[in-house]
Design a protein around this ligand. Structure first.
Ligand code: SF4
Length: 714
């Protein structure tokens, strides 16, 4: 080929769970042109401002490029052999003296599925502990728990196209316009072509998403279960029940409706509790009852709560009651935050899950996975979830932690506790692409990883679509893919089963495990990508985005599945879905005289996580240049602070300083602070240090959306 056209590589965006296809074209001058991939079914060529700026984030400034070991307080560059020998030696000593639960991994939804697979296999099948948790615990574990309770497996029933086929879209706890912009643009286009489509936004803040809404329910923080129990009760009393569907395909309706009726049978009482106008509430209830094709999409505003799992089930209950699931244009839809939160779930990257959607608690699942892996041991009880893990580190029960691709000293609740934990820990290993982060400052060993554009593998987006991330840049310095770092470590630990030479070989094993003994007579799971085994390197490189479960047609073509449960069969042993009777409860810590406002946290449009990548792109900083505290003007007046001036914001767990603003749309009694700013800037703006470390008792997901707070003059 004598063409001088630069070669484009088709890959997937590094940021949110929409999972947009990207065309990256390296230029001769060292830069990279970024464009949307018009053939990718998530985005059809569109990119949001973050995705478009990916090319600006690829420079090597600030990168961690060599293994380093801390000696006498200072980091010293060492060889890979020396670094990994040190880690393996110390892990072996700790395991020998204190047992396998004295070591842990804390990983990330930024990892590719292949990296995640190796970390999980290593920990559960070889170390013999389930102490591997992930920052995905902080964003979508309540959805996972809700799916498992209702459906019998962590299954997202719908596709993005269902948002376009619906006659009513309900967005709950999701500023979709900023956090999943391409999805929001798809909804906006549908409203142009099908103007009758009703968009309902349920959010305590009047966000940018509300600009398109036909109805905004500004619910009081933490009252979602009252709202959806009220809807369940309303539907049951007004004949909006699909009696045949409920009888044939579900269990537990009577108990769920009875539980809802206790507090939520009277819409006027629900409206008072949720602090919304009764006519607005009734319009929502009536519209839902009258519309067959409804998608209820939910995100962090639902999940990040001490009642997150119940909130998820209260939403699913309403869909089951009217049979609004399994058909085009309907169903509950968890929109994930991170690019590969879903892929991590597939390989069992949470402390209470096993690979390929199998259950750690079920003996037959443990036996299946151990037999497949031929591993020497198998964890047989759930490991420590994120918040508990960092408590166990501070208590000295976990003595070595390996943190990969995440920055918990910024992102965890009570982040100063996490810092105390790492300062006490015998061995902190951090694998990262960046040198200077709050977490890396506490590491004894730093290991350089490949970043986006340099590494190869797969990710799964919110609609179960597996897409390739492909490398188009050379590996910088001595950085390695995460899977390879872990395999080299495993071999030093003396474990067999880690002699992989490429991401493709790992994906192949993952695919084979998902299909292994996955039949009706054995232990069937809906997650099945066995058809993707045996692709070979060429087939893997050419893999087109595909939604699991995947089947192979006689023609040899691969067929994905847009939606689940179309046949009315769910993944519980009896094939039926479960209604879950949920009793509403308020956030654990309520506001009081000392802390009279409720802190809500979340994202801004142009930044991602703790800004280690987006902080490099000047054009992304233009939108919001510094952290802020957004509050209602009357609250500001009451608490003696003014827009544009600095204020101190304090909770029982920590404090920070930020500039006051009135962004509009925030209700009286609450304040909002973004999650992105870290402690590496002049002023420490880690809002995580202020957040209460309260978690949902089922999912372990922290309550990021409600911490009692005080705002005062600085
Ligand atoms: Fe990337 Fe999400 Fe934007 Fe798509 S919507 S370009 S996946 S950040």
């Amino acid at each position: 080929n004598l063409s001088l056209e630069p070669l484009s590589v088709r890959t997937t965006c590094a940021y949110c769970g929409v999972g947009c296809g990207v065309k990256a074209t390296p230029k001769g001058d060292g830069g990279t042109d970024i464009a949307g991939d018009s053939n990718h079914p998530a985005n059809f060529g569109k990119l949001c401002v973050k995705g478009s700026a990916l090319g600006e984030t690829l420079g090597l400034e600030g990168r961690l490029l060599h293994p380093q070991v801390r000696e006498n307080g200072a980091l010293r560059q060492v060889s890979w052999d020396a670094a990994l020998d040190r880690v393996a030696g110390q892990w072996q000593d700790i395991i020998a003296e204190h047992g396998p639960d004295a070591v842990a991994f804390y990983v990330s939804g930024q990892l590719l599925t292949e990296d995640y697979y190796i970390a999980n296999k290593l920990m559960k099948g070889y170390v013999g502990s389930a102490n591997i948790d992930t920052n995905s615990r902080l964003c979508m574990s309540s959805a996972v728990a809700g799916h498992k309770r209702a459906f019998g497996e962590d299954l997202v029933p719908v596709s993005y196209e269902d948002l376009e086929l619906a006659d009513m879209v309900v967005l709950v706890g999701s500023n979709t316009a900023w956090c999943h912009p391409i999805l929001f643009q798809r909804i906006a286009r549908i409203k142009e072509t099908r103007p009758h489509v009703k968009l309902v936004v349920i959010d305590p803040r009047r966000t940018a998403t509300c600009e398109l809404a036909d109805l905004h329910l500004s619910v009081k923080q933490g009252t979602d279960v009252w709202l959806f129990n009220g809807l369940l009760s309303y539907l049951a009393r007004n004949g909006a029940v699909d009696a045949e569907f409920v009888a044939r395909h579900t269990n537990g309706m009577a108990e769920a409706v009875a539980a809802a009726d206790v507090d939520c049978a009277d819409p006027a009482a629900v409206a008072r509790k949720c602090r919304i106008e009764l006519p607005v509430l009734l319009e929502f209830y009536k519209s839902f009852a009258a519309t067959a094709r409804v998608v209820t999409a939910f995100s962090m505003g639902v999940n990040q709560s001490s009642a997150g799992t119940d909130k998820v089930n209260s939403i699913i209950n309403c869909h089951l009651l009217g049979g609004r699931i399994g058909q085009p244009g309907m169903g509950p839809f968890s929109i994930t935050g991170q690019p590969n939160a879903m892929g991590g779930r597939e390989v069992g990257g949470l402390a209470n899950m096993l690979a390929a959607h199998m259950d750690l608690e079920r003996g037959e699942h443990r036996e299946l996975v151990q037999t497949f892996w031929q591993s020497p041991r198998m964890a047989d009880k759930a490991g420590l979830k994120a918040v508990d893990l960092f408590r166990a580190i501070e208590d000295g029960k976990v003595k070595a932690v390996w943190i990969i691709a995440t920055n918990p000293l910024v992102s965890l609740p009570d982040a100063d506790q996490a810092r105390r934990a790492l300062e006490k820990c015998e061995l902190v290993v951090a694998t990262d692409i960046m040198q200077n982060t709050d977490t890396n400052a506490c590491a004894h060993v730093l290991l350089p990883a490949l970043g986006w554009g340099e590494k190869d593998g797969t990710v799964t987006n919110s609609e179960r679509r597996i897409s390739r991330q492909r490398a188009f840049l050379p590996a910088p310095g001595e950085a390695l893919p995460d899977w390879q770092i872990l395999c080299r470590f495993a071999q030093r630990m003396g474990y067999e089963g880690f002699d992989f030479n490429s991401a493709h070989e790992i994906f192949d094993e993952h695919a084979r495990l998902s299909g292994y003994r996955n039949t009706a007579d054995d232990v069937p799971r809906a997650f099945n990508i066995g058809a993707l085994a045996g692709l070979g390197q060429q087939g893997y490189d050419a893999l087109e985005p595909v939604q699991w479960p995947v089947t192979r047609l006689e023609s040899g073509d691969l067929l994905g599945q847009a939606r689940l449960f179309g046949d009315g069969r769910f993944a519980h042993a009896d094939g039926k879905a479960r209604f879950i009777a949920v009793v509403p409860r308020l956030p654990v810590n309520t506001i009081c005289e000392d802390y009279p406002l409720a802190l809500n946290t979340g994202r801004v449009r142009d930044h991602w996580h703790t800004m280690t990548r987006t902080g490099k792109a000047p054009k992304l900083a233009d939108h919001v240049a510094e952290s802020f505290v957004d509050m209602h003007p009357q609250d500001a007046l009451l608490h003696g602070v003014r827009a544009g001036e600095l204020a101190r914001i304090s909770t029982a767990w920590g404090s920070m300083v930020a500039r006051v603003q009135h962004g509009g749309g925030i209700a009286r009694g609450s304040v909002f602070i973004p999650i992105h700013w870290n402690g590496q800037t002049a002023s420490d703006a880690r809002v995580g240090a202020l957040v209460n470390p309260v978690v949902d008792p089922v999912s372990g997901e922290p309550e990021f959306k409600h911490t009692p707070v005080r705002v005062e003059q600085f």
